[in-house]
Design a protein around this ligand. Sequence first.
Ligand SMILES: [Mg+2]
Length: 176
Amino acid sequence: MKTVFLDRDGTLIVDPADERVDSIEKIELFPDSIEALRYLADNDFNVVIITNQAGIAEGRISEEDFWKIHSVVLDKFSESGIHILKTYMNNEAPGAISDLRKPAPGMLLQAAKDFNLNLSEIYMVGDSQSDILAGINAGCKGSILVKTAPNHDVISPDAIYTARDLLEAVVFVVEN
Ligand SMILES: [Mg+2]
């Protein structure tokens, strides 16, 4: 089973300036998200979403509301015929000592266990250094940075590849 791990905020959907996707109104897909997901599906890739949601620990959003908003995101994908294999979410605060919150690899390791995945064949794609390090810490094939964070100025020497956007990233995933 070919699989790819994708971050959500700043990678699949726009990370708002206030970094809070805390209402359905604030869900905005990137213009190429559907095309990128379809390209993965057409090439027999399963997609697993790996997302940190510190806003829950910080009291900015409830866990219940996160899942409500996330289900609307998934509906937008499924309307286009795209199925997400599973979403792993961590609700801890930045700086928490955690085996799960990216850059820790716990969510990726759990996905590998749940779906019997070979991590050395899987790329992690995300817009922040914590995504890049989570992929490396999990023993993934490599981590790909997408330059779609709110300020577009993230750089990562640890990324195996840096893509302008998600579509460019998934082309690399499929071809490599
Ligand atoms: Mg992100």
